[in-house]
Structure formats: C-alpha cells, structure tokens
Design a protein around this ligand. Structure first.
Ligand SMILES: Nc1ncnc2c1ncn2[C@@H]1O[C@H](COP(=O)(O)OP(=O)(O)OP(=O)(O)O)[C@@H](O)[C@H]1O
Length: 589
C-alpha cells in the first residue's frame, strides 16, 4: 500500500519538480487534495451513476489505507438502490463482507453523522454479518462510515474498512475530513443525476402527448433548455454534456466553477446559467479579478464609504451589492492574492460584508459563479491558493472543452459568426465547402474567440461573395496566431501534431493537412515565414527571449494587457511599453 501511495504521489506531483522532491513536499493534505481532484474528475465524467460510484470506491485506496469501500445509495423509500463496492485485499478474499450491514446503514442514516467502530469484531452492529463472512480474523478491523447528503437530505452512505495492525498509523479525524468531502461530492452528483433523470422522464411523457402547436413547442424548448440554449452554438457530444449540466445547475443556487482555456466561452456560459436561473431577470454582474490591483479590487467588489481612501469622494456600492438578487461572476479567480483570498473567503462563509472604510454589515444574496483557466489544484498544492476557498468555490465544476477537441462545432460556429457579420454589414457572404474544411482543421489556441475573430477578419477582407481557402490569413502567412509559434530554429521533420503541441512548437493557428497529423516540408517553410524573428526584424534578434515571454504571457492572458502584467510581475504600463518596443500587434477580440 505504501508503494501504491508513493506511486500515486509520483504521478500527481507538481510537474516542475522531480519525483523525489514531490514525495518530500507532498504531505497528507496534498494527497487528500489530489484525491478530491481525481474523484471530482470521475464524478463529472460522462457515465452512468452506478459506474461513477464504482469508479470512486475503486480509486479511494490510492489516497487512503483501506481494505473495503462501499457507497450505498437509498431510493425514495429509504431502501438501498445502488451499492458500489471495492475490495482492496491482496489476494482478494472470498466470502468477505461486500456491503455494510443493515444495522450500520440504519444507524448512519438515522443519526446523519459519521460512525467509527475501532474494532468491528467487538461491535454488536457487525455480529450477524461477521457470522456469515470470513473477515472475522485475528487482525482488528476498523470501520468508518459517513452519511452522503445533498441539500440536507441523506441519500446514502460512504464507508471504508481499515486494518489496524499497528504498522501504519492513521487518524480517524483525517479519515472523516477526507471522506466527508468525498461524500459531499458524491451527494451532489446523485442529486444532479436524479434531477436529470426526472427531466428525461418528463420529456418522454411529453413525447407521447398529441401534436403540439408551434407556441407549445417554443415554451417546451424554453422549459428544456439543455436541448438548446439560446445563442449557444455547438452540437458536439462534449458541448451537449456541458449544456445538460448548465441547465440543471441553473435551477439551483449552487456556486459554479467554470474552467477552460481562454476563449472557450466561460463568461458566455456564466451568462447562460444566469439567464436560465430564477435570477434571470435580475442583474448579472461581472468582475475580472486579474485586471485590477488588489486595493482597487477590494473596493470594486465590496464597495467603499465616502473618505475610505484618497479619492473616495462618495460612497459606492460594490459588485457584490450590485449583484444582489442576481448573479456575480468572478472571472480569473485563480489570480487573486493570498490576502484577498482570505477576505473573499470570509465574505463567502459569513454571507455578509462591510464596505471598505465602513462599519455597517450588509447581507447580500448573490449567486456566485467563478471562472478560471488556471490549474487551481496545483496552485493549492504549491500554497498559492487557499484550500478552504478552493472547496468553497468548486461546488459544481463545469469544464468547457477546447475547440480543438470538438472540431465538428467549428463549421457551425463559423457559419453563425458569418451570418452575424452579414446581418450587421448588409452583406451576403457564404463559405465555400473547402473553406469550411480548411478552418475545421485549425488548432485555434484562442478557441471560439479566435475563430470568431478569424471569421470577421476574413469576411471583412473577402474579395468575392464566396469565401474560399485563399481568403484566410493563414494561407498567406498572415495568421496572427502563428506569431505565437515559439519553435524558431527547431527541426520539425517527422514530428506529429501532438508532439509539436506538447513541445509548444506547434505552428498554432495554421491549418493542418486533412487526413493526417504529420507536418510536411511545405508547411514547415510556411511556418518559418511567421517566425517571430522575421516579424520583429533583425534588430530584435537579441531580445527574442523577452519577446517570446511577452507573447506567451499575452496569449495566456487572452491578450488582456493587465492580466499579462500580473503573470509577468510587471505593471500594465510596462507591458504596454514592451509590446510597443517589440512591435507586437495586440490581438483585438
Ligand atoms: N458555444 C458558443 N456559441 C457561440 N458563441 C460562443 C460559444 N462559446 C464561446 N462563444 C463566444 O466566444 C467568445 C469568447 O467567449 P468568452 O469571453 O465567454 O470566453 P472566456 O472563456 O471567458 O475567455 P477568457 O478566459 O479569455 O476570459 C465570446 O464572443 C462568446 O460569445
């Protein structure tokens, strides 16, 4: 088991340090955090509830020293409906207990609190069970059982057995802390599945009704927005799964954490959640946490009283207050400083705040949505992001897939963006099929935002009513995204796209040849035409590294200078100056 744990630590250790140092630096809290991360990935993966729960009990032994694990889910009558179990004995023992005894289940459900039994052979609750199994050996077995709850309702139990042979010390409070977090995630997942399956049943019922009028159809699709959400384009399986979750969470007040690369639509989906929610008619307020210095961020979010600081000439309500009754989106949440994390956590825990320089406590009812493209788990492990704030905002995580993982959506999105361009500019442009094929093979590091930008630019400069491949900037080595290519001087012969992407050498933004993933000589030369050295001109040669760092930071920041400044530890003014000095054209989206 110790080996398993070490292996797991090696696997999950921070990427920039060696395995040895990760073993040294990762302690139990880090392992628990990684455990929660892995488990939340299992629970948000597309699968049936039974399979998700079985996967959870199966990976628990990687983070916890245990023998058996079980999750029991109760139905509406309180009867066991699902029992997912895992046996971690080596070799597997036949005839051992598989699910928890009924008396134990009843006690956890009745009390709604964790149950610890240090030695099950001495417990009355286990007697009947032990008589029919072979687990009553000489080694004492401890039992830890946790109620699985959601919205104060008990939905089942999560339990483990541990061998108490004295060789491996463990603490019940640590077990309970970790298992309670797992049980909370499991509870929320069960609840979401139940809401979804009720919805499906209702849809099936409605399909059996006689024909509907057009008006009925309209209200029907508004009532079942997971099929289609106004303005959101995309029919790939990956996006449909997101839409389903969005439509379910919109009906709750749960805090949502939207994750995904820059330009995948985090803000767009946050607005969709707001519009579909009961709060839809109230305000949707957004604050980009990376764009403001900490002192300004505080007064922007919490508001300030008159005279609170130099320049505070009047009292001002913060974004929290402005979002009262509605929704508050905290974008780039991963960028806030530790001091600000503490302030935000206090407000989220207490549900009330004081304006800067004020003494009056204000109660605010704002639904919180957070967004980030940062690896928050690594930030927590590295001590850059508070674990308690992480748990508070990571209630329902929604991961938005990058565009390259759903290329089928590219033509739909491109056509929709072109339709909008036509409406706004009184034009009648259309894509030739070859043009749609070409952009469907693009890598689009800036995701939907970059595609939108690419369509707009191409449409603006199109020479005829039909847009053909030669109209695209990438076909003329003028694609801005190609400037992000950092492989100057590297040889690309024979590399696969995956290798290029992993090594950051991908001529991103450039189309790849249809039907294969290798990069040919011809494409290498076209990539070289976009070499940052050429762009910067000969005088920039010695500054290549600084220039690359600048472009890299700008890309990570979605071309927002203030965000890039934070990444680089510079002021926005310094970034602006450096961009001009390196003659880097700022992408406008
Ligand atoms: N599925 C979609 N259908 C239509 N438009 C979309 C879709 N997804 C994203 N967009 C559009 O893409 C653009 C970028 O979206 P958005 O600003 O929400 O991305 P983001 O992930 O918040 O980016 P960042 O992390 O850089 O702030 C917006 O113009 C949005 O309208």
């Amino acid at each position: 088991m110790a080996h398993m744990l070490r292996d797991r630590i090696d696997e999950v250790g921070p990427r920039d340090t060696g395995p040895e140092s990760s073993i040294k630096t990762m302690h139990k809290a880090d392992i628990s955090l990684r455990g929660i991360y892995e488990i939340s990935k299992v629970l948000t993966a597309p699968a049936q509830l039974e399979i998700k729960l079985a996967n959870v009990v199966n990976i628990l032994p990687s983070f916890l020293q245990m023998r058996h694990g079980a999750i029991v889910v109760l139905d509406a009558e309180g009867e066991p409906e699902i029992a997912a179990t895992a046996d971690n004995t080596h070799p597997r023992q036949s005839g051992t207990r598989r699910v928890i005894p009924e008396a134990v289940l009843d006690q956890i459900v009745a009390t709604g609190t964790p149950l610890i039994i240090p030695d099950i052979s001495k417990s009355q609750l286990f007697q009947a069970d032990l008589q029919t199994s072979s687990s009553g050996g000489t080694i004492p077995i401890a039992f830890v059982g946790i109620p699985v709850k959601a919205e104060h309702k008990i939905l089942g139990t999560l339990s483990i057995d541990r061998v108490r042979n004295g060789a491996t010390g463990f603490r019940y409070d640590e077990d309970i802390g970790f298992l309670t977090m797992v049980a909370n995630l499991v509870g929320r997942t069960i609840r979401l599945h139940r809401i979804l399956s009720k919805d499906r049943e209702r849809r099936v019922d409605e399909q059996w009704r006689p024909e509907k009028s057009l008006d009925e159809e309209r209200t029907d699709s508004a009532r079942h927005p997971h099929v289609k959400i106004d303005g959101i384009i995309g029919e790939s399986a990956a996006l449909k799964r997101v839409l389903e979750t969005v439509s379910v969470v919109a009906r709750t007040n749960s805090t949502v954490l939207l994750r995904g690369e820059s330009g995948t639509g985090k803000e767009f989906f946050a607005q969709a959640i707001h519009k579909l929610s009961r709060r839809g008619k109230k305000s949707f307020v957004k604050l980009n946490c990376a764009a403001l210095p900490e002192s300004v961020l505080e007064s922007e979010l919490f508001g300030h009283e008159r005279g609170a600081f130099t320049g505070a000439i009047s009292q001002r309500a913060g974004r929290f207050e402005l979002a009262n009754g509605g929704t508050l989106l905290l974008d780039e949440i991963g960028e806030i400083s530790p001091a600000f994390q503490a302030k935000l956590l206090r407000v989220l825990q207490e549900g009330e705040l004081e304006r800067v320089g004020g003494t009056k406590t204000l109660q605010v009812d704002a639904r919180l949505i957070c967004a980030t493209n940062k690896d928050l788990e690594t930030a927590v492990v590295n001590g850059e992001f508070r674990a308690d704030l992480y748990y508070r905002i990571n209630v329902v995580p929604i991961i938005l897939p990058p565009l390259r993982e759903r290329p089928g959506d590219i033509p739909r999105l491109a056509k929709a963006f072109l339709d909008r361009f036509n409406r706004e500019n009184h034009r009648e442009l259309a894509f030739a099929p070859a043009a749609l094929d070409l952009i469907s093979q693009c890598y689009f590091p800036g995701n939907v935002r970059e595609l939108e930008n690419c369509v707009q630019r191409t449409a603006t400069l199109a020479r005829s009513r039909t847009i053909t491949p030669s109209d695209f900037a990438c076909k003329n080595s003028r694609c801005l995204a190609s400037l992000l290519w950092k492989g100057a001087g590297h040889s690309h012969g024979g590399s696969t796209t995956d290798e290029l992407v992993r090594g950051n050498m991908m001529p991103i933004g450039s189309p790849l040849p249809a039907g294969r993933i290798g990069v040919s000589e011809g494409e290498v030369s076209s990539v070289k035409a976009c070499d940052p050295n050429d762009f910067a001109g000969p005088a920039m040669g010695p500054r290549l590294t600084e220039r690359d760092r600048l472009i890299d930071a700008m890309e990570k920041a979605g071309w927002v200078q203030a965000k890039a400044a934070r990444i680089l530890g510079l002021t926005p003014r310094q970034v602006g100056y450096a961009l001009r000095r390196h003659r880097i054209e700022v992408k406008k989206f």
